[in-house]
Design a protein around this ligand. Sequence first.
Ligand SMILES: C[S@@+](CC[C@H](N)C(=O)[O-])C[C@H]1O[C@@H](n2cnc3c(N)ncnc32)[C@H](O)[C@@H]1O
Length: 269
Amino acid sequence: MRSDSTNEPRPAQRASHAMTISYADRFRQKDAVEFYESQEYGSGSYSTAIWQLQRPMIEQILKDFRRERKEPIRLLDFACGTGRVLASLEPLVDSAEGIDVSENMVAVARTKCVKARLLVGDILAGPDLLQKNYDVISCFRFLVNVEPELRGPVLHRLREVLRAPDGRLLVNVHGNSRSLRHPAIVWRRRRERAEKSGAMLNEMSPVETRDLLRDCGFQVVRQFGFGMLPPTLYRTPLRKAVAAVDRSLAGDHWWNDWSIDMLFVCRPC
Ligand SMILES: C[S@@+](CC[C@H](N)C(=O)[O-])C[C@H]1O[C@@H](n2cnc3c(N)ncnc32)[C@H](O)[C@@H]1O
């Protein structure tokens, strides 16, 4: 079982150009897509365990939002990838769209999503790809790994198309530099410098993320956390006990700033 949820595809990374591949190109190759589906989100993987905690809470956020709003809800899943999040959320909204730069990721999403409109394209190069006034925008497993200089422009663009003042952005950071996994990431960064395999070992802190969101026009209204204990423990005989602890600590709690995977619910400000 893999335990390193920020690290993402490996097969393509072994190419000699691995260290220079952009995040937008990373998931274009078929072997990266295959890895994401069968390994990163294979049955029994750490990412799958975290998703099993996250999914019901995200669905509940959408259901609560729906009760409050009483008007049709339009969802955008930005960087929708293989449709993992979109397929779960589309039944809870009136209309749904997913967009991603990778044709191969979107091809898998097409097999999972029933009603969402799926687009392939780069929202920075083609601003007209998006409609206006989405009620909810989701953005999962993107922010921490995309090149830092692109985080702001993407969030600004998402802010422009989110309905104000009551729309919601659901964005996660699946590599918290204040979590108990941080020492393992530091150690792996040292090892990676020697191996140059191109594994993604990025992290962001809760403060850094909230500051970025605020600078891009978002106010965090709720923060959830998933996964407190080091993922490595999931590969030991303690797995069941560790999963039970992570399950009991997941959600909207005061200790979320130490969770490995942080989910921010934001509104425009
Ligand atoms: C780790 S995957 C996450 C997919 C999905 N959100 C999920 O959580 O399963 C990251 C996705 O971001 C997409 N991506 C990278 N750069 C992008 C960009 N500039 N615009 C849109 N999508 C992008 C990749 O193609 C990839 O599908």
